[in-house]
Design a binder for this molecule. Sequence first.
Ligand SMILES: [Zn+2]
Length: 142
Amino acid sequence: MHEFSTMYSIVQTVLEAAKERGADKVLEINLEVGRLTFLNPEQLEFAFKVISEGTIAEGAKLKIRSVEPKVRCLKCGYIGSGIYEGPEYHTLGLPLPVKCGRCGSMKVEFLEGRECKIKNISIWVKRECSLKAKPKNKEHEP
Ligand SMILES: [Zn+2]
């Protein structure tokens, strides 16, 4: 389950970032998932539900945006969309069958499409001061 291990590290990163900012709850997580990661959005969502259970990220809205592959051709220098010619599910570790969008060469370098990034997260902070921030003044404290 590729999705579970990926989602596990995403949740860890989100929780860390949220904790650093003194968050009480994670409201929304925006992900950018490259098409060449072959991560299934439904599986990701399911994995998220399971992994985030009992954490401050539980119940957060997960938004997944699919990113098309972008390549640089080593033969003709073209930079742009690559043409993926493989099946919908790819075996990890094998070279990706992606062709240059201009000359059709398979000698391409991947610029985008293989990553899974956290674009941003929305958090809810109950207190005015987070743990790391120095208290500015006491007026805002309940
Ligand atoms: Zn080319």
